[in-house]
Design a protein around this ligand. Structure first.
Ligand code: ADP
Ligand code: TPW
Ligand code: MG
Length: 587
């Protein structure tokens, strides 16, 4: 007869399981959920528990799913999303009903926007009182709320449906364009009992959950023909290309065709930023002068001026993407290639010998000359600021840049405004999927979650470079990195505010200005509270010692970098996106 290993061993305080199985041959919906997840290969779950999912979390941990408990669901969700991005398998987020669900849903929505695969599993209250709006405990019609924000959303009402629900959620997260999926599991379903022998028959592993999708031969030929005709071709690599994990094939394609490439922020390192064909410093020139641009896993969205602005109206685009509806969304695409990137790049590589490139022989040397001048100017800027006191963003980066560049296997998490833009521009990346940032929505509040998800999913060291405002969104989950003893170093650039700390209260009352935070805050003390190794640094020498020590320590560290309150400009590099009539206001 089946045994009861399915039922978690709990302390008395955690015995509020509904419908505790009456005899050893029975299992609960919770058991079926945990087993179903394990069965499809989920080995880690991020979340924050309470009624009705506490017992489920114990059970999942007991059967070998690592449970990473957070202080806020949004951060657990950011961790799950980053886990999904780095592994191509869905990261899993567990939340409680009502607000816990909503807190987590922000991360699921963000994952969907960024094409990261994740599954948010939330317990929900009993259906009947929700549907009749009778004021039940934490009642919210979660499925319908999630529908508008997730790639797919399902509800499970019966324990026997759980394995199917898990398989569907898994497929929805990773197939086609990846995204965030919501799985609603009602309290009665979690507590419902079944015969274990019956339940055990339900488990299955979905076959080929992220099937390859081959581009048509015609699409490949059309794209190659256009590429061959280009005088000034360029390739834009997006985070979809990094996600695809076809690094060698992309390198082959670029090197065989000799086309200069421009990485989007999170695609930095897919090809080394210092590669001779990198046009990373020549973005405007590419936009203005390239006649054929091939987008590989990159959207022509706001981050590329939606194909407008500096882009030449004559540029023709080739776009490799898995999502057919992405094509033409901002500009007509002359040569769409719809398929998964591996199949598309394979098909293009196979046909490469049939084309002859006709690029202008001056195109690459002219980009290289421009890059050389710009890089020298950039290096000078760093050098000019290397000893500025008090430090500014560039002073701090002139210390951090060489150290990070000589440790290329550290994953860099980065958010803020100036802290984001300046770090992205200063630090060259050499390896794929080693840069994770606030991405498509430009959101603040991904830092601690993403750093934790990256450390857990990869087993690598992580450095998170955070603006003081950005850090505030997720700061409490620094304690999660500490509790799990992760090799995460958090570096806070404290300029005392959103963009900087010199905003003026126009009403002249004692209240701080809307952008002003605390230039005197001691974030290192916050780290101390959780047992981290902490540093407070006010000059480049101290920063160098602290940063070197922190990343070699392999423990959780926090470095509070005291900057000048005047360092940083409004909105960093994207101030032009403010309402036009307000752009005269300089904070
Ligand atoms: P970036 O912000 O770096 O420009 P985006 O997130 O805008 O990147 O674009 C990523 C694109 O990559 C999306 O349009 C998505 O559909 C696509 N994509 C993601 N994974 C794959 C894949 N395996 N094959 C093809 N396209 C993919
Ligand atoms: C969820 C608006 C964009 S950038 C930023 C905010 C609040 C913080 C910039 O200050 P920080 O960096 O981090 O100190 P620095 O170096 O420029 O001083 N809420 C959300 N997302 C966004 N993007 C904002 C608000 C914002
Ligand atoms: Mg700041």
């Amino acid at each position: 007869m089946a045994t009861t290993t399915a039922i978690p061993s709990k302390t008395p305080a955690q015995t509020a399981t509904p419908q505790t199985p009456a005899y050893p041959g029975q299992v609960t919906g919770m058991y079926i959920l945990a087993k179903a997840l394990k069965n499809v290969g989920i080995d880690t779950m991020y979340g924050l528990v309470g009624i009705p999912v506490t017992d489920f979390s114990y059970l999942a941990q007991e059967i070998g799913i690592r449970f990473v408990g957070f202080r806020h669901e949004q951060q657990a969700g950011m961790a799950a999303a980053t886990h999904g991005y780095l592994t191509k398998t869905p990261g899993v987020l567990l939340t409680v009903s009502s607000l816990g669900f909503l807190n987590g849903l922000t991360a699921t929505a963000n994952a969907t926007v960024n094409c990261y695969p994740m599954i948010q599993i939330s317990g929900s209250s009993e259906r009947a009182p929700i549907d009749l709006d009778q004021g039940n405990y934490e009642a919210l019609d979660q499925l319908n709320v999630a529908k508008g924000l997730a790639k797919a959303a399902y509800r499970v009402n019966r324990p026997q449906d759980i394995p199917t629900a898990v398989a569907r959620a898994y497929r929805a997260a990773v197939s086609g364009r990846p995204g965030g999926v919501y799985l609603d599991i009602t309290t009665p379903c979690l507590g419902a009992v079944m015969d274990k022998s019956e339940a055990d028959k339900l488990f299955f592993r979905p076959v080929d959950p992220a099937p390859s999708q081959h581009p048509s031969d015609q699409a490949v030929t059309r794209a190659l023909k256009l590429l061959a005709s280009a005088r000034r071709p360029a390739i834009i690599l997006g985070k979809g290309a990094a996600y695809a994990q076809i690094d060698d094939k992309i390198r082959q394609f670029i090197e065989k065709t000799g086309i200069p490439f421009l990485p989007m922020s999170m695609a930095k390192g897919l090809m080394p930023d210092t590669h001779p064909l990198s046009a990373i410093s020549c973005r405007s020139t590419v936009m203005e002068q390239a006649d054929v641009v091939m987008l590989i896993g990159a959207r022509l969205n706001w981050l590329l001026s939606r194909g407008q602005g500096k882009w030449s109206p004559d540029t023709k685009f080739i776009q490799l993407d898995i999502e057919p509806t992405e094509i033409d969304c901002n500009r007509p695409i002359a040569a769409p290639v719809i398929g998964d990137l591996e199949s598309s790049i394979d098909a293009m590589l196979a046909k490469l010998p049939t084309i002859k490139m006709s690029a202008d022989p001056q195109w690459i040397p002219s980009l290289q000359a421009e890059a050389k001048t710009k890089n020298a100017r950039f290096a000078q800027r760093l050098a000019d600021n290397a000893n500025t006191s008090p430090m500014n963003h560039w002073t701090a980066l002139s210390v951090i840049k060489p150290i990070l560049e000589s440790n290329p296997d550290i994953i860099l998490v980065n958010e803020g405004a100036n802290t984001l833009d300046d770090t992205r521009n200063a630090v060259n990346m050499a390896l794929p999927r080693h840069r994770i940032d606030c991405a498509t929505w430009a959101i603040m509040g991904m830092g601690m979650g993403s750093a934790i998800g990256a450390a857990i999913a990869s087993g690598k060291k992580v450095v998170a470079i955070e603006g003081d405002s950005a850090f505030g969104f997720s700061g409490m989950d620094f304690s999660t990195a500490c509790r799990f003893k992760l090799p995460v170093t958090v570096v806070i650039f404290n300029n005392g505010g959103i963009y900087n700390g010199i905003g003026e209260n126009l009403a002249k009352t004692p209240d701080p200005a809307p952008t002003t935070l605390d230039i005197n805050a001691r974030y290192d003390k916050l780290g101390e509270a959780f047992g981290a190794k902490t540093y407070y640094v006010t000059n480049p020498d101290q920063l160098k010692t602290a940063f070197t020590e922190a990343i070699s320590s392999g423990t959780t560290c926090l470095i509070d970098v005291q900057l000048d309150a005047a360092s940083g400009k409004e909105s960093g590099h994207i101030g032009y996106l403010n309402p036009e009539s307000l752009q005269h206001i300089t904070v």
